[in-house]
Design a protein around this ligand. Structure first.
Ligand code: ZN
Ligand code: ZN
Length: 148
């Protein structure tokens, strides 16, 4: 029944889908494929999948909050980096991607490398979407479909 038997949960705070078995977050549009590919095929997909997600208010796309938040449950917290430019808070496990790619795209007018500081992060899923939290930084970046 439902998602629990697949070890897939929905974080009550962030409303994001977390697969405890795979230790990763799953974007809403990828959940069906994730169950198909990693959890036993079409017969494992709950027939009421959409209504489960609606019930838990899982958004199709997760946007980073503007204030600090708590960690997503069940996912590891690892060392990484964050951009400390006021109002930004973008996180990554790769310092160079913040200093170069992020800096070029978001902070063209400031020397962003001066604002990259070590921080704890959580890698959740694709698109480098990152959310700040009270003690750690959550980094949502590509993981979900790379599991063998
Ligand atoms: Zn999984
Ligand atoms: Zn930034």
């Amino acid at each position: 029944m439902g998602l629990q038997s697949l070890q897939i949960g929905i974080d009550p705070w962030h409303h994001c889908i977390v697969c405890e078995g795979c230790q990763c977050g799953i974007p809403h549009p990828s959940l069906h494929n994730h169950i198909m590919q990693s959890h036993g095929g079409p017969s494992k997909v709950p027939p009421n999948l959409q209504s489960i997600l609606d019930e838990h208010q899982v958004p199709v796309e997760i946007h980073p909050p503007t204030s600090k938040v708590i960690p997503v449950s069940s996912l590891p917290i690892i060392p990484g980096f964050m951009c400390s430019v006021p109002g930004c808070g973008t996180a990554s496990v790769v310092e160079a991607s913040l200093a170069q790619t992020h800096g070029q795209v978001v902070h063209q007018d400031i020397p962003v490398q001066d604002h990259i500081v070590p921080s704890l992060v959580q890698v959740i899923f694709a698109s480098q979407l990152c959310i700040p939290q009270s003690q750690h930084r959550l980094c949502i970046s590509s993981r979900q479909d790379q599991r063998a």
